[in-house]
Design a binder for this molecule. Sequence first.
Ligand code: BGC
Length: 373
Amino acid sequence: MNTRMRRAAVAVAATAMAVSLAACGSAKEAGEKSTGTTTGSATADGAIKVGLLLPENQTARYEKFDKPLIEKQVKELTGGKGEVVYANAKQSATTQNSQVDTMITNKVDVLILDAVDSKAIASAVKKAKDAGIPVVAYDRLAEGPIEGYTSFDNEEVGKVQGKALLTALGDKAKAGDIVMMNGSVTDPNAALFKKGAHAELDGKVNVGKEYDTVEWKPENANTNMAAAISALGKDKIVGVYSANDGMAGGIITALKAAGVSPLPPVTGQDAELAGVQRIVAGEQYMSVYKPYAPEAEAAAKMAVALAKGEKTDSIATSKVDSPTTKGVPSVLVPVVSLTKDNIKDTVVKDGVYTVAEICTDKYAAACGSAGLK
Ligand code: BGC
């Protein structure tokens, strides 16, 4: 068999498996539920299998925080008996769809899903539901019949970024142009960050250039920033809205390469270690600190409840509508604007980083003047 045929055969086998599981799933559901809610089939002893699907691994948060936090919570909530099966889609929506298929084949009890592409994943969410596997959308609101959602108030994230940029610009807000570097169009959060930022910035700044960044990649932000500098002129850029820290890194590299000095204020998000260090060094103005522990905890609680056949309503604190599914039980964790002044009171206080981690030799002097000891 050549590779393509083999792949096709595997795909057919996977589909057949999904179909037979789907038959079991819906039979069970039809007999037991009238609400349309899918609940898992795990036994009450906690020996559940949670499938965790994360979208990429260039942004530090996923494998540094989200994954270990969810694993820890699942262990705690199941008396050490629960297991997390992990897959990272590395920015490919196609890969993520097949990862869901594999998890269905491997009979996980529940899925925690951070979608690469919230629309493209909808059919996989439906397939999981039909196979009796409930799905909790994590951080990004996946379309399709999800049973729960945990994230932050993402429009508020954009507002926090926009407000901070205005504070940094002060009376120079209209003295030149700003460049806006938004996230990926496949990520519904990116649209919310952009909406929130525009709500604060529109009318108060001149947006010289604006980009939606393919796959959220720092290298794409770097290329777009270099193009913006050429088009607008290096002395004309007064500030840069960057939707996250990874892209801020690429943007700051482009500004430095073009000889822009002093650097204009640049925003970010995620409180990545490299971002926090740039803030200390005065190269990046701010980030948005999103406490990942409560987000992960809520997702794990929802997943474990669903796997045991319970609902997510008692864990949820609000309801959210997706384009396909209304009234999804949700937990949205509040966010904090992170600048040089509150590093100690946020990421250090919460134990995200120690001062020693932030203040390596390269940043020792800057840490000293920022009062980080
Ligand atoms: C997340 C951000 C992250 C970005 C890129 C967004 O959906 O909320 O924290 O920086 O995706 O992965």
